[in-house]
Write a protein that binds this ligand. Sequence first.
Ligand SMILES: C[S@@+](CC[C@H](N)C(=O)[O-])C[C@H]1O[C@@H](n2cnc3c(N)ncnc32)[C@H](O)[C@@H]1O
Ligand code: SF4
Length: 444
Amino acid sequence: MKVKEKRMIKSYPGKRTPITNDNFENNLNYRIKKDGVNLKYLLNKTTLLKINLVRLVNFLSNVCLDIHFFIRKRKGFTSVPCLHPFTRLEFVVGGVVRNCCSHHTKVQSVGNIKYKTIEQIWNGKEIIRFRKRLLLGQTKKTCMPNCPRFFSPPNSIREINTNVNEGALLYDDIRTGRVKLIIHPLWFNLANSTVCNLKCTMCGPAYKRGHLNGDIPGYVKKTHENLRRYFDKRITLYLTGNGDPLARKDTRELLQNFDDKKYNKVTFEILTNGLLFQPRMWEKIKHNNYNWVNISIDAATKETFEKIRYGGNWEQLMKALEVFKKAKEEGKFRNVIINMTVMRSNFREIPQFIKMARGMGFKSFLTKIRGKWENENFFESNDVETIQELKTVLANPDIYGDDVHMVELTKYVPQKFRSRLHNFGLTFMHTPYFLMRSNVDSRS
Ligand SMILES: C[S@@+](CC[C@H](N)C(=O)[O-])C[C@H]1O[C@@H](n2cnc3c(N)ncnc32)[C@H](O)[C@@H]1O
Ligand code: SF4
């Protein structure tokens, strides 16, 4: 009988024998007798067994998901906890593609630009599984409980603006449970570089810079080339970097050379430290269509700003804020939002920060610091005294209004003020503005 040779092991010194069911046991007995138990060999077997078990469990869980989804789909869907896997793609370092921020999702990758095109990733098996779980409401398997999405109710699909073609297609995809979407991605986040002009106290990429080269030029180039195919469609390009968008040559050039007449359905949104938005730069990029801009400042005083935003200069920031203020007054931005990552060094400046934003006609957005960062994170270390002091700072009625969003900090706000905190579209902040009826209505 012909023996099928799959793997070979060394059974006798100098001689190789194929493993078959018949000789496997003899072989093992021989080795145990001769060498004692060959631990490495047994370990390999156990690892293989474990891997196969994990595969089996995954396979069974996917089969269950498919059956559950097939049954549920017949009723149709009227709401979804989050639209991100139906609308957006986020490009991060190393070519990885996700649907949302790494801190808010358990699905850390839906593909890699190294191996696949945007089109393949958009309707690939990972993202389809994510969409199915969301439609079934299985968010525990896909999302972190701290995701700001969970501070608002699920999106009713009636909120989708079906007066635009993209909205109508998306509505129909979701309503019918068509998880292989007809609609193309509508919102792209370019967070695939760590290049930055600052080195902020609490910023992960800033500290990894120098040790880890987050920018793989080939992947970034491939992403940009692939993205161009979408420029004639109605899309939003969200420029964040994982560093700063204007510190990156490629995104600077993209903004400067973008043909806004030819590609007039493309809108930009920007998350930046703002410092490089000086008058000369703004002149070169202001021709584009912008939706909103979010400027991370983290302070209300020069001293705190220059301590946290290491490498930054307060006077330069003030000049940049004037650029944003003027641009907003001219109607170039629907919203200008300034951002504070709340930590030990800045929490006492919250009221002053909000006042500063109001003085310029901007909104304020406050979030909690993540990670340890030299004793800055008093939330994580559960520093009761400082948390109490934060609560006292937040017991100031002048802070509140519909121009302030506090996301996870809401829990430190006195109950009587919570109703005055307004979600100024956070739900849809990362959803293209034209997709939401409320956004379109509020603009008109
Ligand atoms: C990584 S930055 C990239 C965009 C831009 N350079 C900026 O500063 O806004 C994006 C946002 O993450 C915030 N951030 C950085 N480190 C953080 C941390 N440890 N915890 C929470 N937010 C953080 C920044 O304040 C900023 O608002
Ligand atoms: S400006 Fe943004 S990316 Fe740069 S170091 Fe600061 S937080 Fe990080």
